[in-house]
Every structure is written in C-alpha cells, then in structure tokens.
Design a protein around this ligand. Structure first.
Ligand code: UDX
Length: 455
C-alpha cells in the first residue's frame, strides 16, 4: 500500500520504517530539512536498537523515502499517518498545533479519498478537530474529496520500538461507522493484516475510545510505578524489603509482575506528559482525577529521593565532595533524557555544592545538550563527562546509579572499591542484592530495601 508518514520523530520514523519493512511504499515527511538530509544520507536522528538497519534496508529497496515536500507527501499516501509531536502546553494539556497543521496540509492538497490516521497521542476529541480542519481546507478551495479520520495510537516503548512494532501485543483502531469510516477500516485491516495471521490482535472501536485507550494505558502504568515508589519509601521506614513485596504481590495473576519496580521515578516523553494531559482533559469536564494527581505528585517527589539519600549521608553542604553518576537516559537502550530523573539528581547534587562525573553508554551527547539548558555555565563546569563507567569513579566519594543499563549490572566491584574514596553505592534502580553488597563490604543504599542494609 502507499503510505505517508508525517513527522519523523520516534513514532513516525519507527512506524514508517517498519511499514516499509512489511512491503509498503512509504513516504516520510518532515518540516526539518536537516533531519531529512541526515536520513537521506543514511543517518538516523535517534538511538533506537535495530532501526538504522531497517531504515537502510528499505531505503536501498526503494520502499522508504524522506522529503520535506508537502504536496508530494499528500499525493503519495492513500493512508496518511499524522505522527508529529504533541508537546505539553504551559497548562499541561497537549499542544495540538502540529497535528492540526498536518491535517490542514492534507486538506490543502488532497484530491482523492484519504484515510487520515492520528498516530500521535492526542486528547479525546482530536479526531473531530482533525476532521474539521480537513473540511475547512477543502471548503476553502471548493474541493470535494472524501476522507475518514482514524485513531491508531502507538504503544511502542523506547529502546524496543522496532521489536514492539513488529510484534504488537495489540493494535487499537478507532473509526466511525459512516461509509467512509468502513472503507478506512477495511484499508487499516489490510495494512495490519501481517500481524493478525495467527490470531487477531486488532481491537476495533470508535475514535474517542481509541484516543482514550492510549492515555488509560500509560496512566495505569505510571500509577503502578508511583504506587510502588510510595510503598518503597514507607518500606524504608518500617523495615520492609520492597523487592520481597514485589515478588509477593506480582505472583498474583490479577496484579502481574510488570511495572512494579520501585526506583528513581519515571521519566520519558510519554508518562509525565500523558498523565498531565488526561488530568487536563478531566478538568475541562469538571472532573478532578485524584488518583492521577497523586501519581504525578509522588513521581515528582520520587525523583528527589536518591539525592536526598546522598545528602542525608554526606551532609547538606556537599562543597568539596565529588560523586560518580552512572546512567543519564530516562531508561536503558535510549539516549532520550526527556524528564529523566538524572537531571533532577544532578541539580540537587550541584545545588548542594558537589562536583560530579557522569557516564551513560549512549546518552553522553544528549546529556551535554540538555545539561547546558538545565545548568548555568558555572554549574556545568562542575560536571565532568567521563569516558567509561570506571573513569567516572576516580576520586568520587560514592557511586550513584540512576539508569539500569545492562552494562552496569555486573561490574567489577573490586575495581569500584579501588577507585572510590569510600565504598558507598546509592542504587536508584535496585540493581544489586543488599546481602551481596554487604558481603563485599559496600555501604549500599537501594530504594525500599534498607532493612537488608541496616548495620
Ligand atoms: C511508555 C509505554 O510503555 C509505551 O507503551 C508508550 O507507547 C510510551 O510510553 P516509554 O516512555 O518508552 O514507553 O518507557 P517505559 O519503558 O514504559 O518506561 C517509562 C518510565 O518508567 C522509565 O523512566 C522507567 O525507568 C520507569 N519504570 C518502568 C519504573 O520506574 N518502574 C517500572 O517498573 C517500569
């Protein structure tokens, strides 16, 4: 099928590359000429495992092209995916200007029938606004082409996006019941047929329910994390091991094991933004989502917990003290630092007067970019960007771990001890077993596990 993808961010690029991999003829549009040039020169703008290969293979096969040409992009795809950003407004609601601009462009140039798919995470009712924008543009030039707006939210995880796209656990498609809506549904069915061969993974619903499903999924996952983080902080006080509790409750199939890991708080481009946006939507309908407000507040507090543990141990004034930080990305296998807990931790340490050496397997360049925004030049001068995990440790009082990269899971503890001034580890992701750390004579501070490290 002929497909257009508008926006070559995480979602758009992965969707475009993977749909090309399935044999479709895909045209990716972006307004950012530099990004398009990079993609046309064989580069990719993000770190996402497996993506570079899929892009290269499909470009070479002529099934995947990148361009800034709006008219050509509208002419190309029978199905037009809108996968542009929906950044939060000042008030936390999703900013739809890019989504609506994309819709207007389609309306301005379309001639025949188009399926317009909202792939971006958009608030309930956006489908109607996209439809209105298209109708206005058609009316403005007296054109009569027909179309249907479909909602097809993405559930890709950063760091596993290609894998998630190729083996989806579900495909959610919202469409309306008009003749155009039925035609659009039939085209979506054909497009996703390769994923439904063995068993049906598609859930068909109305547009609003599909839009809502995405927010409900992310809000539920964020809720589980904040719930566990809050219990972990209590566990620290009352002498309970949160990891034992996690196993104890996760084995109940009604609860399940996923997303119950206490840690340094959730970050990324989705959870913080989507929780806020759903709260905003509720407020527009005079409802206060008490649970989600708490989820957000708990997470904001949780990002401070690791730094507070350091300060409790080393003092309010960290002047003259140096710390090593492992992990900067908001989670492993990505260089994304949006809303990353590491940013909050670094601020805390630096505000308290410390110097730090930081290391991340892939997010170093991104870290230089975002820390230059977060910190003043004087503060930034107190950050050393280390060349390796071991390099970061030299002369540090303690090691603080913020992201659970695989490369940090089985380190050489003897070398860590030799490099650190004091054998102290703050583990914001509970990577190690407190008993093992005690045997290795480390002072170990996890999240919700202090019962096992009390001396
Ligand atoms: C999420 C959803 O999982 C995905 O379906 C949606 O499409 C986009 O948002 P992503 O933002 O890539 O994906 O990250 P995810 O793997 O879900 O992790 C989010 C955050 O939660 C990370 O900061 C992670 O460290 C944290 N987390 C996750 C925990 O603190 N504890 C857990 O148990 C799980």
């Amino acid at each position: 099928m002929k497909i257009t993808i508008i926006g070559t961010g995480y979602v758009g690029l992965v969707t475009g590359a993977c749909l090309a991999e399935l044999g479709n003829d895909v045209f990716c549009l972006d307004v950012d000429q530099r990004k398009i040039d990079l993609l046309n020169n064989g580069g990719i703008p993000i770190h996402e495992p497996g993506l570079e290969e899929v892009v290269a293979r499909n470009r070479a096969a002529g099934r995947l092209q990148f361009s800034t040409d709006v008219a050509a992009s509208v002419a190309h795809g029978d199905v037009q995916f809108i996968a542009v950003g929906t950044p939060p407004d000042e008030d936390g609601s999703a900013d739809l200007q890019y989504v609506l601009a994309a819709a207007r462009n389609i309306g301005r140039h379309m001639t025949g029938f188009k399926v317009v798919v909202d792939k971006s995470t958009v608030p309930v009712g956006t489908g109607d606004r996209v439809k209105a924008a298209l109708q206005e543009e058609l009316a403005a030039r007296g054109a009569h082409a027909s179309f249907s707006v479909v909602s097809n939210p993405e559930f890709l995880k950063e760091g596993a996006a290609v894998e998630d796209f190729m083996r989806p656990d579900r495909i959610v498609i919202g469409h309306d019941s008009t003749a155009e809506g039925q035609k659009a549904a039939a085209m979506m069915k054909k497009l996703y047929a390769p994923f439904n061969r063995n068993h049906e993974r598609t859930f068909w619903m109305d547009v609003r329910s599909a839009e809502f499903t995405k927010y409900a999924a992310n809000s539920m996952l964020a809720t589980r994390i904040s719930f566990m983080n809050e219990l972990a902080n209590l566990a620290d006080r009352v002498g309970v091991d949160i990891e034992a509790v996690r196993h104890g409750i996760g084995s109940d199939p009604r609860i399940g094991h996923s997303f119950l890991y206490a840690g340094a708080g959730y970050g990324g481009s989705c959870f913080p933004k989507d929780v806020q946006a759903l709260e905003r939507t509720a407020r527009q309908y005079d409802q206060d989502l008490l649970i989600l407000r708490a989820v957000e507040a708990v997470n904001d507090k949780q990002k401070l917990v690791l730094g507070q543990k350091v300060i409790r141990r080393f003092g309010e004034d960290l002047g003259g003290q140096h710390f090593a930080v492992w992990g900067l990305a908001f989670k492993p296998n990505t260089d994304d630092m949006r809303e990353a807990p590491s940013r909050v931790l670094l601020r805390q340490l630096i505000d308290a007067g410390a110097t730090v050496a930081v290391y991340d397997p892939v997010a170093m360049a991104e870290a230089r970019r975002v820390l230059a925004l977060d910190l003043t030049p004087d503060q930034l001068a107190r950050v050393r960007f280390a060349a390796s995990p071991m390099d970061a440790l030299a002369g540090a009082e303690a090691l603080v771990i913020v992201t659970e990269w695989k490369a940090f899971r089985s380190p050489d503890f003897e070398r860590i001890r030799a490099a650190l001034k004091q054998a102290v580890i703050f583990d914001g992701r509970n990577l190690f077993e407190p008993e093992v750390m005690a045997e290795a004579a480390f002072e170990y501070h996890g999240i919700g596990r202090s019962i096992l490290t009390r001396t």
